[in-house]
Design a protein. Structure first.
Length: 112
């Protein structure tokens, strides 16, 4: 499991959300849908059905299991949300049509 943040997504988080020098925690949310979970989702885009991915500014990571620091912003997932991301690598990109982030899940073989 890993997080990759594209240059355009990094610019969006810094310019639009003022996240320079801060942290962003990604987590699974009940309800929604994603390509990988039914009944859960991840913030702004679907990946697990019935679940959603949430993100929140959080400058003090507690028990991060994976983190990516880019342009002085730390993007991370904590141990409590491993269930949502296990088996997938997460790429955070920028979508000019929606003027916001998009999330791409790629199977990584952890569940094989």
């Amino acid at each position: 499991m890993k997080i990759t943040v594209t240059d355009t997504a990094s610019k969006w988080f810094r310019d639009e959300m003022g996240m320079t020098g801060r942290g962003i925690r990604f987590f699974g949310k009940v309800y929604g849908k994603t390509p990988v979970h039914q009944g859960f989702s991840l913030g702004m885009t679907p990946v697990h059905q019935g679940f959603s991915l949430g993100m929140t500014p959080d400058d003090h990571p507690r028990d991060p299991i994976v983190a990516e620091k880019k342009d002085d912003v730390t993007y991370y997932i904590t141990e409590g949300d491993e269930w949502f991301f296990v088996g997938y690598d997460l790429t955070i990109d920028y979508d000019p049509e929606t003027d916001g982030p998009t999330y791409i899940y790629k199977e990584n073989g952890e569940l094989d």
